[in-house]
Design a binder for this molecule. Sequence first.
Ligand SMILES: C[S@@+](CC[C@H](N)C(=O)[O-])C[C@H]1O[C@@H](n2cnc3c(N)ncnc32)[C@H](O)[C@@H]1O
Length: 203
Amino acid sequence: MGIYNDYILPLCTNWVLGRRIFLMQRKLVTKELRGIVLEVGFGTGLNLPYYPDRVKKVYAVDPSLFGRKVAAKRINNCSVPVEFVGLDGEDIPLASESVDVVLSTWTLCTIPGVSNALGELWRVLKSNGRLYFIEHGVSPDVDVAKWQHRLNPLQKVIAGGCQLNREIDKLINEAGFHIDVMNNFYMNGPSFCSYMYKGIASK
Ligand SMILES: C[S@@+](CC[C@H](N)C(=O)[O-])C[C@H]1O[C@@H](n2cnc3c(N)ncnc32)[C@H](O)[C@@H]1O
């Protein structure tokens, strides 16, 4: 913890992930959301402006209390009610099968016990629910992956625990989800942190 992780990092993340190329992806990932949504790793609420009217309520989970403060204006400007329900995706205080949709954007890289968190997402999702995600992770290009493994220890320190080399699709499958749709691509930026996994998974 400390000033860097508690204050500077959320501001940096808010700035970097608020750039146009990320906002364009947010618009695409959120367009089919509906009903009761759980957003894990809510951060500074950068997805809120893109929530469709079909969304009735957002449950937000994130350990960053400062992130909530930065998100306050977006929450006020959003027609969908937002309720913070917990600090940790690994322990979500919601009943089983209580949400229609889970949204995760650039968060599965950071949660320490990501398999536990995916287990929790699976638990709280209704049987006909969907997990919508866009995450960065390990590249299939061995030269890129080599650098991802090398840089991972440094990335974890400077980016609040974020890991460069997680196999996002494998983790989602191992939690019991079925990935119905997935697109992999490089976004602009250094290849070691720009290989994306974007998709939809069901129970
Ligand atoms: C790279 S940021 C992405 C924030 C946001 N999802 C977005 O798209 O802008 C990663 C987020 O994961 C959150 N996070 C870290 N550990 C977590 C945990 N155990 N449970 C839930 N969220 C966590 C961080 O606080 C941070 O907001």
